[in-house]
Write a protein that binds this ligand. Structure first.
Ligand code: EPZ
Length: 422
């Protein structure tokens, strides 16, 4: 298993290109199942999760060709020959469950393994099931698989989500595009990835309004045609790299970044003493002064503070002046980076969904372990300003969501390298 070696090396300077959004691409790829015509995605990120989704779609009979070194995905689902999404693929990546809605809408049946829990939580699918049953699907849980069928096709309905679930909104949105009649999703998720999916579906002929708000209305159509669509910039990769100069000092321009993707995150950076300026090519970030101020953070569905940036923000607050309180309201177990940061000298008290971070002068490099995707990158960020060497092990977590993290950080002056594992 590879490791990453980071050595505190002073202020950063330069530009970091932001890739297409992993979480948008993982919803856009299953959309190919909705049409017999080709769907091509450009600006696709080169990540192991995308390769996992590719393997899953191919196992269903879809053709997925990766072009231009992985930045273009040419897909066609003309001949689907399997409607079972196997456990050994789904368990590796929860987003595999996003084939359920499209397969139901296109084929009238689907068998999808329950993803099982992951490091950050139980990750149930009750909201996905609730929404699809509202559209007339019959769904039964048997031997760890959801057996779903819609013998008479799907029918538009009003769906009330008790929680603004991203995945459930995506699954039901895709299914509703081919349902008969009108579907209204109440308390729908508002993430930019939902808006990106809706804009791609509209290019395919779907009739969708209200994406980006809590109420999305879909008029079902008989069939969808092919399209070409660019994947939206990754706001979580963007926020992650914005924290690099915030933590290590200096100034970095994140190319392709847009303020509207990271609104509430930028407000918190501003409170902490970090300035963000919009440029012609992206977002320029630097510290306003020498001191990082403690801030309180509560994670919420978009447009609130993103849970996927909580671990990275904690890395910044470890050396802030004062005490910061972080409330993790989205997942039940998303502070696994805290004990690793404490090995580097951070002072953090975790109680349930609340972490109190008492800022210290400086962190010290140490061997630490990645536990999940975003926790692993928060350890790298902490290592940028720590005294001495930090070795982050189990970086396969990292490769799921960040392409060439060491290359992008080396380019702005970080002392970081990948150590090939045994
Ligand atoms: C998406 O996961 C993202 N993944 C996650 O990013 C992100 O953290 C999450 O949204 C929240 O923003 C992808 O888009 C591929 P949810 P998803 O359904 O759809 C509970 C990363 O690091 N819930 O909004 O699974 C659930 O347990 C990943 O890139 C139910 O209870 O998130 C969780 O506590 C991590 N029942 C909360 O809602 C359901 O049926 C948020 O889940 C569905 C969800």
């Amino acid at each position: 298993m590879d490791s990453i070696l980071v050595t505190g090396n002073g202020p950063l300077s330069g530009q970091i290109p932001i890739a297409g959004a992993k979480n948008a691409c993982l919803a856009l790829m299953p959309a190919t199942l909705l049409s017999e015509e080709p769907l091509t995605l450009t600006n696709a990120p080169r990540l192991s999760d995308i390769r996992t989704m590719t393997a899953l779609l191919q196992s269903l009979g879809a053709e997925v060709t990766s072009l231009q070194n992985g930045q273009v995905l040419a897909m066609s689902s003309h001949d689907l020959n399997n409607h079972v999404a196997d456990y050994d693929i789904v368990r590796k990546m929860r987003a595999s469950n996003l084939v359920l809605g499209p397969m139901l809408a296109r084929l009238g049946h689907a068998v999808v393994s329950l993803p099982g829990g992951c490091a950050i939580g139980a990750r149930p699918m009750d909201l996905h099931i609730h929404g699809l049953e509202a559209l007339g699907a019959e769904i039964e849980l048997r031997d760890g698989y959801l057996h779903a069928k819609a013998p008479r096709g799907l029918k538009g309905a009003v769906v009330d989500f008790s929680f603004a679930s991203v995945g459930a909104t995506e699954n039901v949105l895709m299914a509703a595009t081919l349902a008969k009649g009108t579907t209204v999703l109440n308390n729908a998720a508002r993430e930019p990835e939902i808006v990106d999916l809706a804009s791609c579906l509209r290019k395919m002929g779907a009739r969708i309004e209200g994406d980006g708000t809590s109420v999305i209305t879909i008029e079902g159509v008989d069939r969808l045609h092919g399209a070409t669509h660019p994947v939206v910039a990754d706001r979580i990769e963007l926020g992650t790299y914005m924290l690099a100069p915030a933590i290590a000092g200096g100034e970095v321009e994140c190319l392709g970044g847009r303020l509207e993707l990271v609104g509430s995150f930028v407000e918190k950076l501003d409170e902490a003493g970090i300035s963000v300026t919009e440029t012609e090519h992206g977002l320029k970030v630097r510290r306003r002064g020498d001191v990082i101020r403690a801030v309180d953070v509560t994670t919420e569905p978009f447009p609130g503070f993103p849970t996927d940036l909580q671990a990275q923000m904690m890395a910044l607050l470890c050396t802030a002046e004062g005490t910061s309180v972080l409330e993790e309201r989205i997942f039940e177990n998303r502070f696994m980076h805290a004990p690793e940061l404490m090995r580097m000298g951070a002072q953090i008290e975790v109680q349930g969904g609340t972490a109190r971070v008492n800022g210290v002068e400086q962190l010290k490099g140490a061997p630490v372990m990645a536990t999940d995707l975003r926790a692993s990158v928060s350890l790298i960020l902490a290592g940028l300003a720590a005294e001495g060497e930090t070795v982050v092990s189990r970086v396969y977590h990292l490769d799921r969501g960040y392409e060439h993290v060491e290359t992008k950080l080396q380019a702005v002056g970080a002392k970081i390298e990948r150590i090939q594992g045994a």
